[in-house]
Design a protein around this ligand. Structure first.
Ligand code: FDA
Length: 389
């Protein structure tokens, strides 16, 4: 029977990048087994039948990075269109820039601040600093950063809806990821490189997987074929959920937050017609059932369409595993899984990517991580070891 030097579970970014490296740099054969019926993992996008617009199936994806090596890598597999992502928050009947910047603060606190020094001094005045031990949860972290009123208006409801728990019960790093600006910069990210693949993520990902040494099987769960493939993979790169791999270990499951997407098509609005003022709007108020609304027509590289689509998101505990829930129980549990994974590495099984590491990775971090892991594994391979055939 056929053998491969490397078998990869998952055709997302992590699996795709590792596969590409082994095939193009090491000239090794790779088999990718993907349980979904498409490539590109959570970055997958497609053309909507009803409107002709390109939508992401698993939520909007905005590429941004400060890493030149990652930017140089991604450009090799397709054309990219410059795009600064901007987000608005809808609160008390108006749209304001989010993350909070000087304009947002002026609007909600009725100020006339100008420049970084004034804004920083104002933020210092309204903030309630954390104690000497630092901020121990998301409520403390955000009140220390933007003050109580802005916390109540923009953070509390959104976090409750998104995570299903009060911010006081969540790790400080959850809201700590949200920046606050002391100027009028309304870009959501400040990284140097910000762009979208002109023909969509799926087409771009097809470029990554195009080497003839890569075999791809879609719609097949690894756990259904692993017995059949026993002894036929030189090494195994696993990018699925780590607790699925160790399902027989007796350890409890890690918990995730999932999302539900509701599509609202607005037909015949005109080629230049839009539903909302920007790509992405946050809805922090509890009275609004959804958390975020995305209008894909604002993205560059979209096909021309006489229609538009907004996709609204609500969060829940069930469904596709999207966001790891950072709390002490999961941190401790993941450490146990990680110990099992470290032992598995001795058998040539390596855990790569956001699900296998139980860690939120932005796309650039996932790519950088995969590139680094490939370099490490490549260095460790005995020189001259003949590829398995
Ligand atoms: P990913 O989940 O993409 O791929 C893993 C693959 O393994 C999946 O295709 C899965 O089906 C497959 N698999 C799992 N178990 C299997 C099994 N047993 N057998 C076979 N296949 C199996 N990042 C960013 O930079 N900007 C952004 O705007 C966003 N936006 C965003 C929105 C939402 C809602 C989420 C959840 C995430 C983002 N991201 C993001 C993060 C981005 O999605 C993430 O960096 C990549 O998906 C990581 O790629 P991976 O390959 O690690 O996982």
């Amino acid at each position: 029977p056929r053998k491969w030097d490397v078998c990869v579970v998952g055709a997302g970014l992590s699996g795709g990048v590792i596969a590409e490296r082994y095939a193009t740099l090491r000239k090794q054969s790779v088999l990718i087994v993907e349980k979904r019926r498409h490539i590109a993992g959570n970055c997958y996008d497609f053309l909507d039948d009803q409107t002709g617009l390109r939508l992401n199936l698993y939520g909007p994806h905005n590429f941004h990075t400060k890493l030149t090596n990652v930017w140089d890598y991604v450009k090799r597999f397709g054309r990219w269109a410059h795009y600064y992502h901007k987000k608005l928050a809808w609160s008390e009947g108006r749209f304001v820039p989010f993350p909070l910047n000087t304009e947002t603060l002026n609007t909600i606190y009725d100020q006339h601040l100008m420049g970084a020094n004034e804004t920083a001094a104002f933020l210092a005045k309204i903030a309630e600093p954390c104690g000497p031990g630092g901020c121990s949860n998301s409520e403390q972290q955000s009140v220390a950063s933007v003050g109580r009123a802005a916390y109540n208006q923009f953070y509390r409801g959104y976090t409750l809806k998104q995570w299903g728990v009060d911010p006081s019960q969540l790790d400080a790093l959850v809201t700590g990821r949200i920046s606050v600006r002391s100027d009028f910069d309304n870009r959501y990210f400040t990284d140097r490189y910000q762009s979208q693949p002109r023909d969509g993520y799926t087409r771009w990902m097809a470029g990554i997987l195009s080497d003839p040494l890569i075999d791809l099987v879609l719609g097949v769960d690894w756990f259904d074929v692993q017995q059949r493939l026993a002894g036929r993979c030189g090494k195994l790169i696993f990018t699925g959920p780590i607790d699925h791999y160790f399902a027989d270990s007796g350890l409890p499951k890690l918990t995730y937050r999932s999302l539900r997407f509701e599509k609202l098509a607005v037909l015949n609005i005109g080629e230049h017609g839009y539903y909302q003022p920007g790509t992405s709007v946050n809805y922090p108020e509890m009275a609004v059932p959804f958390t975020r609304s995305t209008e894909y027509k604002h993205y560059p590289g979209q096909p021309r369409s006489n229609h538009t689509v907004v996709v609204r998101e609500t969060s829940g505990a069930d469904g596709e595993p999207y966001y790891p829930v950072p709390n002490p129980r999961n941190h401790a549990l993941y450490a146990k899984y990680k110990a099992l994974a470290d032992k598995e590495a001795l058998k040539g099984v390596h855990f790569v990517g956001r699900l296998a590491n139980y860690k939120y990775f932005n796309m650039d971090q996932a790519i950088d991580n995969a590139l680094r892991i490939f370099d490490g594994l490549d260095r460790d391979s005995a020189p001259g070891r003949p590829p398995v055939k």
